[in-house]
Ligand binder design. Structure first.
Ligand code: ADP
Ligand code: MG
Length: 337
């Protein structure tokens, strides 16, 4: 439904977005992941028609989305954006911030719709507070409620989960899923919304999105399902964006009990959870670090002078200084194209 073709945008001599092509369908949740400065916000602003592209085209259901230089009012009426800074009106209540998005509707409908949104985004208790009297999570939810007040075709969210604690992340996650899948009938009569959200947290992206796009210095280097982006990363950087990864030069593979390769300088990847602690394993190492993470524990295991591995284990009884044996299954070795 929203398609972008070959988008490029530079600021002076810096190309913030380079040749990006993507499409977003109704009912689809797509995560955009990339390091800070990789062009995520710029891409979002281009897609929303808030920034002019130097090259490339954007269309919503076949109709071009014009940039600000070609329209009187910046932005497309069917595309909603929630910016990183929430941009709430400071002097009016949470309720009125949301109602403002519906100011052209009849009073009765507006009141009813605002009530629905307050309930959906769990904001009833703070509806009469000013933004400064609310928490970061409540402000974030207000910005989302405002963005979805009118049915929108496309919702673009810039880092909706940053600055939020876990309960708030989960809450916003559920609100988004309902919205996109069209299961919240009040918000979404008819089909679901298309949603693109920016995040630098891989776990948010992996857990809720249908597709993940990875940005590296303005380029969309991979766009695929969470499973494939995680298990078949395009390059070492892509692998590191979706989770911890051990990067190993080819010449060090035999020391890990893996077959030798011809080019010793080629880089390979192994996910920490793919390394097993096994008393009969072919590799021995010394534990240099133990980091408890709740369900699992991450270990730092020194194999030799050149190789130190991150290993994920559910075994609680490992201590710094222990000698342990490891096994790595060759099929779990990631190769990069
Ligand atoms: P991200 O959101 O991934 O952190 P941005 O899209 O904000 O990245 O920025 C990408 C690059 O473009 C950065 O190097 C940033 O400094 C630059 N940039 C973004 N907006 C502007 C602007 N208005 N003027 C000049 N440079 C900009
Ligand atoms: Mg940004």
């Amino acid at each position: 439904m929203l398609t972008a073709h070959n988008l490029t945008r530079s600021f002076d001599d810096l190309t913030a977005v380079r040749n990006v092509t993507l499409s977003l369908a109704a009912g689809q949740l797509v995560a955009l992941v990339g390091a800070s400065g990789s062009g995520k916000s710029t891409l979002l602003n281009l897609l929303a028609g808030l920034l002019d592209a130097d090259k490339g085209t954007i269309a919503l259901n076949g109709q071009p989305v014009a940039g600000p230089k070609d329209r009187l009012v910046a932005g497309h009426p069917q595309i909603r954006v929630v910016h990183q800074e929430y941009q709430l009106m400071p002097n009016v209540s949470i309720r009125d911030n949301i109602a403002y998005a519906l100011r052209y509707y009849e009073r009765a409908y507006r009141d009813q719709r605002v009530n629905e949104l307050l309930r959906l985004c769990r904001l009833e208790a703070v509806q009469h507070h000013k933004p400064r009297e609310t928490s970061g999570g409540e402000k974030q939810r207000t910005a989302i409620a405002r963005a979805i007040a009118e049915p929108a075709r496309v919702l673009l969210l810039d880092e909706p989960f940053s600055h939020l604690d876990l309960p708030n992340r989960l809450l916003i996650r559920d609100v988004l899923i309902d919205l996109v899948r069209g299961t919240d009938s009040a918000t979404n009569p008819g089909s679901g919304t298309a949603c693109l959200f920016v995040t630098h947290d891989a776990s948010d992206a992996l857990s809720i999105s249908d597709q993940i796009g990875l940005l590296q210095r303005g380029r969309l280097i991979q766009l695929d399902t969470p499973r494939r982006v995680y298990s078949q990363p395009k390059n070492a950087y892509a692998a590191s964006l979706t989770g911890p990864i051990n990067l190993i030069r080819g010449k060090h593979l035999p020391a890990l009990g893996l077959p030798a390769v011809t080019n010793g300088d080629t880089e390979y990847g192994i996910r920490p959870e793919h390394i097993q602690i096994d008393p009969t394993g072919p590799v021995s190492g010394r534990v240099e670090g133990v980091f408890f993470q709740g369900r699992d524990t991450e270990l730092l295991v020194r194999i030799n002078r050149f190789v130190c591995l991150r290993v994920l284990t559910s075994q609680p009884d490992v201590a710094v200084g222990d000698e342990i044996r490891l096994r790595i299954v060759a099929k779990n070795l990631l190769t990069f194209s």
